[in-house]
Design a protein around this ligand. Structure first.
Ligand code: ZN
Length: 239
């Protein structure tokens, strides 16, 4: 195979690997983002529970104030009843007393209901706190794992950049310029194999003459349709 072509195949593989680092890093970082999000969601859930509880407590306080007012009212009713003269007055007072007692019952029921609701909220908060503790352990572990993974990726990246530098120092400048010109639009499919007499960049069949030159591998041959650099895979034919 043409020496330059061999170099370009190698270079395109290296460039592909370099391009793959971004998504690899993203995937690793996403892992951490996911667990951190889980932790944040739980914390938000806990906070909203605490808010609900506070609101209930405020309502309880209001009902208690109302209760105090109502029992004062009952006191004054019972005082008034001793000074009653007519039956009409007595009936009116009786009605007022009934209504006040009803309000009192209602306030007591509401307090009880809200207190029960808050007990349930307390249990719920305790459960969430347990979950938060578990998740924060996972977050810490994931952080460590990810740090190691990123370090490894960084090491690989440095190695591959070094490999690229070494290769670039050997490649003919004109050939390299040509490679970069194609790469500008073809990206990671700048150098593509020919399979079943078709270019694996644009998937169009190439003519017999071009195909013969590709097989010979004496020159750098480009696809007559798209302009990508072509080569025949040496080891494996198609699978
Ligand atoms: Zn093509």
């Amino acid at each position: 195979m043409n020496k330059y072509l061999k170099q370009l195949i190698e270079l395109s593989e290296i460039d592909k690997e370099i391009d793959a680092f971004g998504p690899k890093i993203e995937t690793v970082e996403k892992e951490l983002k996911n667990v951190v999000k889980k932790q944040d969601d739980l914390i938000a859930k806990k906070e909203s529970c605490i808010e609900d509880k506070k609101e209930n407590e405020l309502k309880i306080r209001q009902h208690e104030l109302h209760l105090a007012e109502l029992s004062e009212k009952l006191n004054s009713i019972s005082k008034k009843s001793s000074a009653i003269k007519s039956e009409k007055e007595m009936k009116a007072l009786q009605l007022e007393e009934d209504i006040t007692k009803e309000q009192l019952d209602f306030a007591n029921e509401e307090i009880e209901r809200l207190q029960k609701a808050n007990e349930i909220k307390n249990e719920f908060i305790a459960d969430i706190e347990e979950e938060i503790e578990e998740v924060s352990k996972i977050v810490e572990e994931t952080k460590k794992e990810i740090e190691a993974k990123l370090k490894e990726l960084e090491k690989n990246r440095e190695e591959i950049y070094a490999k690229r530098e070494k290769l670039l120092s050997k490649i003919n400048q004109k050939i390299l310029e040509f490679y970069h010109k194609v790469r500008k639009w073809a990206g990671n499919t700048t150098v593509v194999p020919v399979k079943k007499q078709a270019c694996y960049g644009c998937y169009m069949k190439i003519n017999d003459k071009t195909y013969a030159s590709v097989i010979k591998s004496e020159d750098i041959v480009t696809c007559p349709h798209c302009g990508r650099i072509l080569y025949i895979e040496e080891t494996t034919e198609e699978s």
